[in-house]
Design a protein around this ligand. Structure first.
Ligand SMILES: *Cc1c(COP(=O)(O)O)cnc(C)c1O
Length: 339
């Protein structure tokens, strides 16, 4: 067997404070156990990656920005929703490395308040000095991105494009490494992991975790809680990314094992609040003093609570919630909380 290339051989800049903490949620587990036995809940704190307010994109950007620098880029171009955490962290990474940053942002979440348009990540993008181009309703983001890249090149700039959520093979690879980090922390605690729950958006985080579970030889189930797409659609994106991660190292993959996407928490749509999300955000804040977010981790935690309540995660089992950050998004939804 050929030895897989280790990630340290790949260039990577340092942005995140690693390893992130791995903690038991004692009071949350106790609260859920008030009406009968409940599983042990642990949390992987990638909200604490530190850089620019934290979150999962810091890990991905360590690989993506390294690649951009290696290619001699002088401006990063990426896209996302108006309250994209990925856009905020990309703007900060560009600033940190003296690169320009163009954000193509779509106002894709209907009926949001003034705060959604001005506060949260939107405010932070401006503070980090990003150049923001808002997409008009119905405008084709991929076409605008191509035009933007061409226009920058015509000005003599060297633009580097990062896809939505930083989810290409290189960005997703960071989460294979993150899973190996978690596996080491679980071993230190002599903890056997039965379930892992994570938000699935553009899919790279989920894909990297699956690749890592395979490489670490773990048998835990990975539940991706979709925040936007049907299980089928998200599943095919994640499976494709898993294959791309292995392909980066010349390792072929057929069908991807252990792929589970739960689309029961989306509600009316991406970025649209649900009662279960609000309950989850307030419950974790009030038992653990930990902030989730309205778009990703609130819905993922709602998914975890539903899996416990349905018995799909049994009381004798251990579940890890992968906190992927996003708390700046809370300030874009002030009307939703604290009722
Ligand atoms: C981007 C993001 C996710 C989803 O990660 P993907 O790799 O895009 O699936 C989850 N949580 C937060 C807070 C995010 O910003």
């Amino acid at each position: 067997m050929t030895k897989p290339a280790m990630s340290s051989e790949r260039t990577r800049i340092a942005l995140a404070t690693l390893p992130t903490p791995f903690e038991a949620c004692i009071r949350l587990s106790e609260e859920l156990g008030r009406h009968g036995p409940a599983p042990a809940i642990w949390i992987k704190r990638d909200d604490c990656t530190g850089f620019a307010g934290g979150g999962n994109k810091a890990r991905k950007l360590e690989y993506l920005v390294a690649d951009a620098l290696q290619q001699g880029a002088d401006v990063l171009v990426t896209m996302g929703a108006l309250q994209s955490n990925h856009a905020r962290q990309t703007a900060a990474a560009a600033a940190r490395h003296g690169l320009g940053c163009v954000l193509l942002l779509a106002d894709a979440v209907a009926d949001r308040s003034e705060a959604y348009h001005t506060n949260g990540n939107q405010l932070l993008d401006r503070i980090f000095g990003a150049q923001i181009r808002f997409l008009a309703a119905g405008e084709d983001g991929v076409a605008v991105a191509a035009e933007t890249m061409a226009a920058l090149a015509a000005e003599g700039r060297k633009p580097y494009f990062i896809p939505v959520g930083g989810s290409n093979a290189l960005g997703s690879l960071a989460y294979r490494e993150a899973l190996l980090e978690l596996a080491a922390q679980a071993r230190e605690q002599a903890l056997a992991l039965d379930h892992l729950v994570v938000a699935t958006g553009s899919g790279g985080t989920h894909a990297g975790i699956l690749a890592g579970v395979e490489d670490a030889g773990l048998s835990c189930r990975v539940h991706g809680i979709s925040v936007s797409r049907s299980s089928e659609e998200a599943g095919s994106i994640v499976a494709g990314l898993v294959q791309e991660i292995f392909a980066l190292e010349g390792r072929e993959r057929g069908a991807v094992a252990g792929l589970e996407v739960d689309d029961s928490q989306i509600g009316p749509g991406y970025g649209q609040p649900t009662a279960a999300m609000i309950e989850a955000v307030e419950l974790v804040a009030r038992t653990e003093g930990i902030l989730l977010d309205p778009v990703y981790t609130g819905k993922a935690m709602a998914g975890l609570l539903a899996l416990i309540r349905s018995g799909a995660i049994a009381p004798a089992e251990t579940v890890v919630f992968w906190h992927t950050g996003g708390a700046p998004g809370l300030f874009a939804y002030p009307e939703v909380f604290g009722g």
